[in-house]
Design a protein around this ligand. Structure first.
Ligand code: NAD
Length: 463
């Protein structure tokens, strides 16, 4: 995956810059240029999309994709009748709706698919869609289980499909800025990253509203189950599937994957070598079989891209202080913090004491005999004092994306640029798996009470 060749991509976009003026949502110059290029008339000047899974994110992703120039919706699939009705109400009768997504994959007039289905469908549907020749935008996490990763990677490799994972933090201008600041030496050597994704509401804790007409007549339950164990119709499991291990990936798979995507993007990392997690179900005990609070530690080895660092991840659905997603990238020369709406650098570095501080400050010297104190004072007077060697950094210390900035749009522009112009896939299956796998390993560690070793290059559990 060529994710860092922004210079060559910029050059390409400039050379193809369209004359057609378009209004775009992002104030990211690179995205605007790419969106303008997509508006240019050309042999493939329309991308006809179909969305499979018209739930909460299905509508959000479709709306966002449709804001990209040259994209139109021709079909959608969903298993709940009410959502198929809603598709027609919202996008018009000309959009065909389907229960069986395979009908969409068979259609020649569908140029690309968005997969917005629950996690237990991601890998099978992605592979089928790629084999059917469709470019795929698959929501995160790329896979529900560790074992599914290599199959998706192989399918992308074999079919050469445009396959982009929908973790939009990878396209965020906030994390681009963070990456550039780290690369420019703003914090020296990164040694710890703290990240959290906390919530304090029932909706945040996945207690989504069930429709009043939910029944086996309005929901294709058997089709929903797919590879999951057979069981009788259960509307709660269908509409709140995240709360059950059979369909979702628990808090870590669902939300840590965003944090890891951002961390891997900002540091250029392939992933950790050690993963450990603890947590439990403490508040939202509504019949779910997943935890609602988790803390994880992940150890990253030194590579050519970055020094060794340790990551702590937190997701707490009962954070009485309010919901918050935030990161602190800690280096020996400074710290960059972001809450996604702003980014701030603090540079203090490591401090060394003056001779005065060493002799009189909070230190051992004053506990020594007078003779020793005098001897140390005389020695210090002759020695040069240590000072921290700071990297020269003259870049920005703060950054704020435009109000209402949504990296999802930037992510979709990248996807459609790959579909239309053949640009390298931005967040491909390898990147997607390298972000999903450690998140899934957090679940394994929590469930099995053990530390797990991982080879992030070979993408395999070790031992
Ligand atoms: N990138 C993000 O920020 C983001 C945000 C939310 C959700 N997501 C991801 O999007 C996916 C969907 O989440 P959601 O919150 O929209 O769930 P949801 O329950 O609101 O919607 C899922 C929809 O998929 C449909 N579906 C299930 N199996 C299907 C099948 N075999 N064929 C056709 N339709 C099927 C269901 O009928 C349902 O309407 C999840 O994987 C989730 O992790 C990503």
């Amino acid at each position: 995956m060529r994710r860092r060749d922004t210079n060559s991509r910029r050059g390409f976009l400039k050379s193809t810059a369209a004359t057609t003026a378009v209004t775009v949502l992002s104030r990211n110059a690179e995205t605007e240029a790419a969106a303008e290029a997509l508006a240019a008339p050309g042999p493939n000047d329309k991308v006809r999309i179909a969305t499979i899974g018209m739930g909460i994110i299905g509508f959000i992703d479709t709306d966002c994709a449709l804001k990209t120039p040259g994209v139109e919706l021709v079909a959608a699939a969903d298993l709940y009748e009410g959502r198929r009705t809603r598709v027609k109400e919202k996008y018009g009768d000309h959009v065909s709706t389907h229960v069986d997504y395979r009908e969409i994959l068979d259609r020649k007039d569908v140029d690309a698919v968005l997969l917005c289905v629950p996690d237990h469908w991601h890998s099978a549907m992605s592979i089928e869609a790629m084999k059917a020749g469709k470019p795929v935008y698959c929501e995160k996490p790329m896979v529900q289980t560790l074992a599914e990763g290599p199959d998706v990677i192989n399918a992308q490799h074999e079919t050469k499909a445009v396959f982009q994972v929908g973790s939009q933090f990878a396209s965020s201008i906030v994390f681009d800025k963070l990456r550039d600041m780290i690369a420019a030496g703003a914090i020296g050597k990164v040694n710890v990253v703290e990240a959290r994704y906390n919530r304090n509401s029932s909706l945040g804790a996945w207690q989504y509203t069930l429709p009043l007409d939910a029944s086996p007549d309005t929901v294709d339950w058997d089709r929903f189950l797919g590879k999951a164990p057979k069981r009788p119709f259960d509307a709660t499991r269908f509409f709140r599937w995240r709360n059950y291990q059979d369909y979702g990936t628990a808090v870590a798979g669902d939300l840590f994957v965003h944090l890891l995507t951002a961390i891997h993007h900002a540091t250029g990392s392939h992933g950790p070598t050690k993963v450990a997690a603890m947590g439990g179900l403490r508040y939202w005990d509504d019949g779910r079989d997943v935890y609602d609070a988790i803390l994880s530690l992940l150890d990253y080895p030194a590579t050519q891209a970055h020094p060794a660092f340790t990551v702590s991840l937190q997701c707490d659905f009962e954070d009485g202080g309010g919901d918050a997603t935030s990161f602190r990238f800690i280096g020996d020369e400074g710290v960059i913090s972001t809450d996604l709406d702003s980014l701030k650098l603090e540079r203090k570095g490591i401090s060394w004491p003056t001779a005065e501080q060493e002799l009189k400050g909070y230190n051992s010297v004053q506990t020594f005999s007078k003779a020793q104190q005098e001897a140390i004072a005389a020695k210090l007077a002759k020695e040069p004092r240590k000072a921290s060697a700071r990297t020269a950094y003259s870049g920005p210390e703060t950054f704020k994306p435009p109000a209402g900035y949504d990296p999802r749009y930037d992510h979709f522009v990248k996807f459609f640029t790959s579909v239309r112009k053949g640009d390298p896939v931005y967040e491909d299956a390898v990147f997607g798996y390298r972000a999903a796998a450690p998140a899934l390993l957090c679940n394994a560690s929590l469930y099995e009470s053990k530390l797990i070793n991982w080879d992030p290059v070979k993408m395999q559990v070790v031992g």
